[in-house]
Design a protein around this ligand. Structure first.
Ligand code: PMP
Length: 358
């Protein structure tokens, strides 16, 4: 059938389904899901939306997602016209690539960053310039982004977990004042500084967030963007041309309850941060190099052991972590922060594997 495929499709690589195995009882530390159940308010909101007979499901949802946008705007001290909501931040990012990042000048992003950026560039025929992270520990230097042209950066970066200070983002915005700059804050609640306070003074900044990690709602698929109403309007135009109803009723109700429960977010983020610091110390004690992380994962490498082999050995013990094929990070593993018990299981298994190999 592939003779019917467009050139664009021929160039795309399929997602590896192995990262979402159907096997039960795995210690799943490979796709940065939150180990804790979502806020109880989320369940209550879904039940309320369903009602006794589900009759509301007959009706289309609000195409503007107004209630959710209002709830997000309130948390951020912005007005709802600064907020765009979509079906996971992957979709919000896809809209941003089409609406804001497609220019004759190449889109710049780090050579080690979220794998969807080059994919979207291929899909939407956007010229890309991958800017090397020159630091040995993969720290990002914003002065590498001087000179103009659109930019997208994850903060904290993925898969390294390294964060950029808000003052550096401000410098980046000022050096690129005539260009859109998208900051992908998928992991921001785990200790990095958000760029959102810069929106009031910078009309070129779009901040993209997800409810998948910090709110434990990867299964619901909700993401959003914050920015000047002119940028949000561009996203709305693209969205309306694809699907006027990106969020279903249950997702809208659940996400609204989630963002209002600030106490739950603070408590669970603090628990993940505490586990991250303990896991980082435990891995370092086993001889691994662990990058300083502000995300719900750590990026780690053992100087004496092949990362692919370590990943396979862990998988044999029903623990899955992420190993990327790309050459520059082939010696690194990205490990999601699980519950304290899951982190213990990982450290115990690694200790055994390293002892056997010695
Ligand atoms: N941005 C980054 C940097 C990510 O790591 C992810 C998760 N894979 C996403 C965006 C997308 O998250 P979601 O579509 O679940 O909102």
């Amino acid at each position: 059938m592939s003779r019917f495929w467009s050139q664009i499709v021929r160039e795309l690589t399929p997602y590896v389904p192995g990262e979402q195995p159907r096997q039960a009882n795995l210690v799943k530390l490979n796709t940065n899901e939150n180990p804790y159940p979502p806020s109880p308010a989320v369940l209550a909101a879904i039940r309320a939306e369903l009602g006794d007979d589900g009759a509301r499901l007959r009706l289309y949802p609000d195409p503007q997602g107004t209630v959710l946008r209002e709830a997000i705007a309130e948390q951020e001290g912005l007005s709802p016209d600064h907020v765009f909501v979509g079906n996971g931040s992957d979709e919000v990012l896809a809209f941003a690539f089409q609406a804001l990042l497609a220019h004759p000048e190449p889109l710049r992003f780090p050579d080690i960053s979220y794998s969807f950026y080059p994919t979207y560039c291929r899909l939407y025929r956007i010229a890309a310039r991958q800017v090397p992270l020159r630091d040995a520990g993969f720290a990002l230097d914003v002065s590498d982004y001087a000179g103009g042209g659109p930019v997208i950066l994850p903060n904290p970066n993925a898969p390294t977990g390294r964060a950029i200070a808000r003052a550096d983002i401000a410098r980046l915005l000022e050096a690129n004042a005539d260009w859109p700059v998208v900051i992908d804050e998928a992991y921001v609640s785990f200790g990095a500084e958000s760029a959102a306070p810069l929106i009031a003074s910078h009309d070129n900044l779009l901040v993209v967030r997800t409810l998948s990690k910090s709110y434990s709602l990867a299964g619901l698929r909700v993401g959003y963007a914050l920015g000047h109403p002119g940028l949000v309007e561009a996203l709305v135009r693209v969205k309306d041309s694809f699907n006027s109803y990106p969020l279903d009723r249950l997702a809208l109700a659940a996400a609204t309850a989630a963002v209002r429960d600030t106490e739950w977010l603070a408590r669970t983020s603090a628990a993940v941060i505490e586990s991250r610091e303990k896991l980082s110390a435990d891995l370092a004690a086993l001889g691994l190099e662990v990058l300083p992380s502000k995300a719900n994962f750590v990026f780690a490498s053992h100087p004496g052991h092949d990362a692919a082999a370590l990943s396979r050995a862990l998988r044999e013990r029903a623990i899955i972590v992420r190993h990327f094929g790309a050459q520059r990070i082939a010696q690194w593993l990205r490990i999601t922060i699980g519950t304290p018990a899951e982190c213990e299981a990982l450290v115990g298994a690694l200790r055994e594997i390293l002892a056997q190999a010695a």
